[in-house]
Design a protein around this ligand. Structure first.
Ligand code: AMP
Length: 446
């Protein structure tokens, strides 16, 4: 079995991961680290929960340490771009953890908070900058950040960037980077627009595919409960009467839905907190911390807000509403059964959501077990589901048209560690250089 030192990592990094209690690298780490640590570009098709943060953080730390210099003001040597503040903060925490025996610095830059501490950190200079797109562009425009010295660029959760409408910002940021650099590109799914972006950014890269079905099909037990919309809250209350659900995330489709569910749970005396885009950064952080530390039993979240929630031992994911994008289902249930622990996903499906359930079953390539053993089981919905997908029923999907999963699964066998790896093409070289040739910011500030 591979160990962290077999991956060619230096002793202070091996010691830091051992101190975290990691025995063996996860598949994405085993596949990506040797290439990334040697300076190669990597395309990692992997979702949160696979250990991808360490897969890019460790190689960055190793390379920066090998050529350690005093950080230049405003000009980081590594940039990690990630879609949400929560993810940015968590990546910063991972960097602190893994880099604790090295003398390297980093800072995190994101919106929704005052910019002064971020500006001060950039004035002093850091080795690695972790950022969300909007605030990064603001600080570049104001002259506080110069990306001209970036040697390693990580684009994290590229598909989510696209979903959140950040693709133009990403392109602007990329145009500020030097053409000669290492790029590590991570995405949970590979819709067409992301494949195109990857081919523009990567050069002679290694592709690593971590198949999500290892999580959905094998580790997480899944069941669906057919229930009318009006009965969902009572059903949720009944489920949560079971103390085995000791750390649950409840997903709703909308922010209002999240607030309503949290209010209902409060009335039933079940401790919960809601986390969504309308809450202030402080409130989101407090909710997340309360949940992490086990003070709050139930976190009610929307898909976007949940991105990057990194909490160990989530016992249950409850889909109060089914997502209209089937990939979101895979993301959601990936919150439980993390890094090998067992978990359970419970989905409520009302009459109007049956088409969503069909789309989900299509991409996970299996039927979700029906659980009719509850007070609100609705036969009409079950019958509609049993009828199979309706002709002409359209479900919004993040994938290009065509029914196959964008993860390119073949219906046959799966490799034992759930990954495959192959060299990527080098045809991206010219377009990548072409894009970056427009570099050369004239904005400067002392
Ligand atoms: P990530 O996909 O980076 O969000 O990581 C998911 C979770 O797995 C985090 O809680 C990590 O701390 C944990 N983790 C990462 N690598 C390992 C490993 N090699 N062994 C055990 N846990 C890990």
């Amino acid at each position: 079995m591979t160990s962290f030192s077999d991956l060619g990592l230096i002793e202070p990094l091996v010691r830091a991961v051992a101190a975290e209690g990691y025995d063996t690298p996860t598949p994405v780490q085993a596949a990506a680290i040797p290439h990334a640590a040697r300076g190669r570009d990597v395309l990692g098709v992997a979702q949160t929960g696979t250990g991808k943060t360490a897969a890019f953080t460790l190689p960055i730390l190793q390379q920066l340490d090998a050529d350690r210099r005093r950080p230049e003001p405003r000009a980081p040597r590594a940039l990690i771009l990630t879609p949400t503040r929560e993810l940015a903060i968590q990546i910063g925490e991972s960097m602190t953890t893994y880099g604790k025996y090295l003398r390297l610095s980093h800072t995190v830059v994101y919106g929704g908070v005052g910019q002064n501490p971020q500006v001060q950190a950039m004035r002093r200079g850091v080795d690695t900058l972790i950022a969300t797109p909007g605030r990064l562009l603001d600080l570049i425009d104001q002259g506080w950040i110069d990306l001209g010295a970036v040697e390693i660029f990580v684009l994290d959760e590229a598909d989510r960037m696209l979903d959140m409408g950040f693709i133009r910002d990403v392109n602007k940021i990329v145009s500020e980077l030097p053409p000669r650099r290492q790029t590590l590109f991570f995405s949970a799914t590979m819709p067409q627009a992301i494949t195109k972006l990857a081919s523009e950014l990567l050069h002679d890269y290694e592709r690593i595919d971590i198949k999500p079905e290892a999580t959905t099909a094998e580790k997480v037990s899944q069941r669906v409960l057919f229930v009318e919309k009006a009965n969902k809250r009572e059903l949720l209350g009944d489920l949560l009467d079971n103390p085995a659900l000791d750390r649950a995330i409840v997903f709703t489709r909308t922010k209002h839905g999240a607030n309503r569910v949290a209010k209902f749970l409060d009335q039933r005396g079940i401790g919960s907190d809601a986390i969504h885009g309308n809450k202030s950064q402080g409130a989101r952080q407090r909710a997340l911390e309360g949940f992490k530390e086990g003070r709050t039993r139930v976190l009610v979240a929307t898909d976007i807000a949940s991105r990057g929630i990194d909490v160990d031992d989530v016992s249950h994911v409850i889909n109060f509403d089914l997502p209209n994008e089937p990939e979101s289902y895979v993301h959601r249930i990936g919150r439980t059964a993390r890094a090998g622990a067992d978990g359970a996903a419970v989905s409520f499906c009302d009459f109007d959501e049956v088409a969503y359930l069909h789309a989900i079953e299509h991409i996970i390539r299996q039927k979700v077990m029906v659980d009719a053993e509850h007070a609100y089981h609705d036969d009409r919905i079950a019958a509609r589901h049993a009828d199979g997908p309706q002709r002409g029923a359209q479900v919004k999907s993040g994938r290009p048209s065509g029914g196959r999963s964008s993860n390119g699964r073949s219906s046959g066998g799966r490799s034992s560690n759930g990954r495959s790896s192959s060299s990527g093409s080098s045809s991206a070289r010219s377009s990548r250089n072409g894009r970056a040739a427009g570099n050369g910011s004239s904005r400067r500030r002392r």
